[in-house]
Write a protein that binds this ligand. Structure first.
Ligand SMILES: [Zn+2]
Length: 246
């Protein structure tokens, strides 16, 4: 079970109170790292959400650092919108419809206005992860996964159907996926301070530029499990997101 500390902040437009959560890192049982850099703690994404759409008035605002005096740890004596109402814009991810809704949210935000490079990187990275969510756990479709006894036949079958459908949606949107990644790559190469871990070679791999991914990884001095895994998948000419550790 994840444990959080709650904090509270106000929409700058309508002053409605929203509840935020800080993860208590020491309470995490299982962390999963994916090749695109997304981390799940006990199955939940805990990367802070910087762009918020007020659940009361729809105003969009940014929270770069949830720190005092902008936030308070004391529960205000007023109605508070819970974390779930604004977290990922209140979307439920139990099916592919929800996953596509998140993709479309980010696409709309990017179309609607112009952002500074830092904010555009943030939105494009989250759009990239949202596309990858459509087929993120593709290894689960294998019969091996059922036979390992991780899940019952009913759960495995249902999950498999969702991932295969997700893969179809991913391929249908592949042109948009590629355009977003190319734009993200250009921004990250221009702003190296904003790069996270191995995301640049990983982007080349997901763009099917396997030789470029290998070249960048070969240039890195030290080898880690993460580097080796991206190299391995590049050699296989496999461009799909995969689980690195978990
Ligand atoms: Zn508001």
């Amino acid at each position: 079970m994840l444990k959080y500390d709650s904090y509270y902040f106000q929409c700058p437009h309508c002053q409605t109170w929203l509840e935020g959560r800080n993860l208590k890192a020491e309470m995490v049982n299982q962390s999963i790292l994916y090749s695109d850099g997304k981390v799940l703690n006990d199955n939940l994404i805990t990367t802070p959400q910087k762009m918020i759409m007020c659940p009361s008035c729809g105003h969009i605002f940014w929270v770069e650092k949830p720190e005092e005096p902008f936030i308070t740890f004391e529960k205000p004596d007023a109605e508070v919108y819970s974390w779930n109402t604004w977290r990922f814009f209140g979307i439920s991810f139990s099916d592919n419809k929800g996953k596509m809704a998140l993709v479309n949210h980010y696409k709309t935000f990017l179309k609607k206005s112009h952002y500074d490079p830092k904010k555009e990187i943030y939105l494009r990275r989250f759009l990239w992860w949202a596309y990858n969510d459509l087929h993120r756990n593709h290894q689960h479709v294998r019969l091996k996964y059922l036979l390992n006894g991780f899940m019952s036949f009913g759960v495995w079958h249902c999950n498999r159907k969702m991932i295969l459908e997700g893969e179809k949606l991913f391929l249908k949107n592949h042109k948009d996926f590629t355009e977003n990644l190319k734009r993200l790559l250009a921004l990250l190469e221009k702003h190296p301070d904003e790069q996270i871990d191995l995301e640049v070679p990983e982007i080349y791999r997901e763009l099917r530029q396997f030789d470029k991914a290998k070249e960048l990884l070969d240039q890195m001095g030290s080898r880690t499990h993460f580097t080796n895994e991206i190299l391995r998948h590049s050699k296989w000419k496999d461009a799909r997101v995969f689980m690195v550790t978990g």
